[in-house]
Ligand binder design. Structure first.
Ligand code: NAD
Length: 255
């Protein structure tokens, strides 16, 4: 049933063509938001838009590489030009190049993970805050970090963990910078979630299910919809006094 916490509001979701980003986009649309999905590839974005429009919602796909300033800013402009405001933004776009120990990590692998996961969040966040602080009703932003980083730092993921720790720190600082402007910024840190990103190299989904049953206190990984529920809470007026928090959704532990 539609609860409509976002009726008439516009929500921008980066990386909205797949995985957690798509689940977040669909969840906002189901609660009445106009949704803008931004990402690098047109086709998956169009699929998300078609799913939303098929359920009677309104959505727009915008091609944007968040690690490029002009493209991150253009996504915000497109949202405002099409729907009139930017009320919510979710910076979800990210890349994981795990597996190698630090000594075997290429400079390119390091730079890519920092470029997309940190600089991409910074550029998108800055463009979003610049828009929201001029709006009478401000806005709410949720950045997607990870349990890798501030909460745990497993082997084979040093660069990704460094990037995600930076997302949490950047968000906490920005939250204090801009709550006075009416812009509320928070973080969701997912643990292992049901997308290909949580599969080890060569692992099948059934292997992962067995690994989760043996390792995680809850006995299973999170569904993308469960991460979306946490994002919607933080973006909603239910969380009006929650500022700069980092909400972990991880089935009780690390996979
Ligand atoms: P995913 O690969 O399906 O989603 C990432 C999305 O970001 C993709 O749609 C991709 O096209 C987009 N993207 C990548 N680089 C981009 C760029 N430069 N500009 C614009 N879009 C770009 O994986 P997912 O699991 O849905 O991941 C979503 C977020 O959740 C990521 O930030 C990821 O680090 C984080 N996360 C995932 C897990 C997990 O277990 N799946 C756990 C913790 C955190």
């Amino acid at each position: 049933m539609t609860r409509g916490r976002f009726t008439g509001r516009t929500a921008l979701v980066t990386g909205g063509g797949s995985g957690i980003g798509r689940a977040v986009a669909l969840a906002f649309a189901a609660e009445g938001a106009h949704v803008v999905v931004a990402g690098r590839r047109q086709e998956p974005l169009d699929e998300t838009v078609a799913l939303i429009e098929g359920s009677g919602g309104k959505a727009l796909a915008v091609r944007a590489d968040v690690s490029r300033d002009t493209e991150a800013a253009a996504a915000v402009r497109a949202a405002v030009e099409t729907f009139g405001s930017l009320d919510v933004a979710v910076n979800n776009a990210g890349v994981f190049r795990g597996g190698a120990p630090l000594a075997d990590l290429s400079e390119e692998g390091w730079r890519t993970q920092l470029d997309v996961n940190v600089t991409g969040v910074f550029l998108a966040l800055r463009a979003q805050v610049r828009q929201m602080r001029g709006q009478p009703s401000g806005g709410a932003i949720v950045n997607i970090s990870s349990t890798f980083g501030v909460h745990t730092s497993p082997a084979g993921a040093a660069a990704y963990s460094a990037a995600k720790a930076a997302v949490t720190a950047l968000s906490r600082g920005a939250a204090r910078d801009h709550i006075g402007d009416g812009v509320r910024i928070n973080v969701v840190s997912p643990g292992a979630t049901d997308t290909p990103m949580s599969l080890r190299p060569g692992e099948t989904e059934s292997d992962r299910t067995r690994r989760a049953a043996a390792t995680l206190p809850l006995g299973r990984i999170s569904a993308t919809e469960e991460i979306a529920a946490a994002v919607l809470y933080l973006a909603s007026d239910d969380a009006a006094s929650v500022v700069g928090t980092d909400l972990v959704v991880d089935s009780g532990g690390s996979l």
